[in-house]
Write a protein that binds this ligand. Sequence first.
Ligand code: GTP
Ligand code: MG
Length: 445
Amino acid sequence: DPMVGGNGGRGGDVILECSPTVWDFSGLQHHVAANKGGPGTSKNMIGTRGENKVVYVPVGTVLHLIEGEIPTIIENFSSTDLDPWEIPGTLVDDISKSNQGSVYNDPNVVAEVESVLRTDYSLAQTEGPMEMSISMKQTTQVASTDALSQFSLSYNTSKICTKEETADKEEIEETEQMKYNVAELTEQGQQIIVARGGEGGLGNVSAGKFPKKPKSMSPGVDKDNTFDVEVSDGDQSSLSKGFPGSESVLMLELKSIADVSLVGMPNAGKSTLLGAISRAKPTVGHYAFTTLRPNLGNLNYDDLSITVADVPGLIKGAHENRGLGHAFLRHIERTKVLAYVVDLAAALDGRKGIPPWEQLKDLILELEYHQEGLSDRPSLIVANKIDENGTEEVYEELKRRVPGVPMFPVCAVLEEGIPELKTGLKGLVNGEISTRLSLDGILLD
Ligand SMILES: Nc1nc2c(ncn2[C@@H]2O[C@H](COP(=O)(O)OP(=O)(O)OP(=O)(O)O)[C@@H](O)[C@H]2O)c(=O)[nH]1
Ligand SMILES: [Mg+2]
């Protein structure tokens, strides 16, 4: 019976999903548009729903809305068991290969991301290609904005979504209707639909009836207008066509994960120190790479609370992803101040380590190789293991070689020197201390 026709399927949604394996969004603008619903058919069946498009964003992503609206929020919708910290070397770089649509700012991987995203567009019975254009601009929150990187991905962009959002930060700030903090993605697997797929077109069983207002239309648009929009589109047979998906323009921003990062070589005593200054109980080991994922601890003062992150140890070549390289370094990008933790005893008694001033040099170099200016933030030095024989002299030499940077001799295991260090950390975070540690500031042989 030609009079019994099914409705077209609803178009796929565009969804942001929180993933711990994505690190690099610092601020970016997205123009997202979901695809159109499928056309109504003359067959007695309902069209298949379009496939959703998932864009992975880092933990701590805050969403600001520049235009449009956010259709719905689903909490912890999917829970993939991704944990990059468990397996060194399987960070973001591997994600796209495992068919996750992550997007990040390394221009070398754009092509890869693009191909991954394309596989998501197998749309059945929805009309036309999925449309989506993303453009992003990094505006680093904590560091300088020199390293702005920008790229865009476009897929069969058609009439619904043809404009590319490349507005400056300034323009965004001027936008009056911008809604700040509409959502925050804090946990792995959390999802937010940022653009809803269009409703499917009506099948010809409904022909002659007035189309009901699709959900994706913004409130305030009445039936007549909806109809007019379709008609003025030059399309008289709109009754059986799919309806456009919603669009929104978003600004994503990354919250910093901690105020202070404990930066040091493996085995320097960072985890022990975090346990000494806070109630955190991180695992401590007498071997390198005990810490595989960041541990966070809170320091509470009368008038201030500080989050300190104990992160994996940094070794030479970390910027080339040696050790837990990239994971560690990306983490540092998101903290405001640095506490360099050195092991005073590392080079004593024929031990294999290097003296603390060289530890500092290597640490700074790795930070800078990874991202220029990364070490250029308020810093202090924690000289750990002062309890070991012979470290007094090393400490004196360290003070001589690195003048002008606040230095705190401590014994993390016995919790000695901790109150002084806590005062120093407070000063660092509230801005009383703003000294930086640079290579020029270290007297090397
Ligand atoms: N003598 C002495 N040993 C310490 C001190 N602090 C830490 N240690 C020891 O140093 C070793 C390493 O400590 P961790 O806290 O695990 O070091 P880490 O910097 O977190 O190491 P990674 O997680 O591998 O980067 C452990 O055997 C600790 O007991 C200290 O103040 N004095
Ligand atoms: Mg550790």
